[in-house]
Design a protein around this ligand. Sequence first.
Ligand code: SF4
Length: 294
Amino acid sequence: MPADTSATMPYPITRFSQASLQDYLDCRRRFYLRYRLRLVWPALEAEPVEAFERETDLGAAFHRLVQQHLVGVPAELLTARIADADLAAWWRAYLDFVRPDLSGIRPGADARLYPEFGLSAPLAGVRLVAQYDLVVVAPTGQATIYDWKTSRRLPQRQRLAARMQTRVYRSLLAMAGGSLNGGAPFPPEAITMIYWFPGFPAAEARFAYDNAQASRDRQALESLMAEAQALEEKEAFLTDDERRCRFCTYRSLCNRGVQAGTMDEEDESLETEDSSTDEDEVDLDFDQITEISL
Ligand code: SF4
């Protein structure tokens, strides 16, 4: 029997991110514990612990380096600071991709780059938020979202297409990105999202956008956010896919075992969000986030 948490008063949901919506889709119980009860449960996500922590730290270090480079710290200076061989390999691949002067991702001298950019828009009575690794806006008004994925496996394209991140990031930029475009919203056709993988530098995954998809996404997000806000404890069912529980910190609470899964057995369908970029792990500074009224 899972532990009884019915005596704990749930918190209201005030915002959703791609990570919380993905949790809702993956496991209602996890969503309820993490976002309604805000329950922190000390357990490993995966074993061996040293390798898991190293992977998490490397991903965060890579994102920090890239952010520093994108705000103008010279590449040579950053290169000289890297001591780890794996991080150095990712960094070399990144510099080959973007070029030290950023000409690989800058479509023209007048293009604007927005690294670590936060956006928020009201939807379904609360806020939808996202923290983008990078948005590049070309003088033509084309907007490209870049997301650096430091996962050790190359995700399949159809899985990325179905992820909430792909839907939320493009949708939110179409809804709320006007501040990056002189006040005018980006037409969905002007938006592209690119996942780039430092471990697999030749394998970028590119997703275009269009009006029909934007309309479907907005409706789906609105209805999912309304449904998740109304979730009650008695409806917060445990997932049927018990493989997920092996990589979930709540597994002992749910009576789904105590031993964490190993990094070798974790397949991409079970991977949790990239912890270095998870909007719910990072304490977003909402003063720095662009918000619009719809
Ligand atoms: S242990 Fe399994 S059932 Fe429980 S919250 Fe995690 S994924 Fe859901």
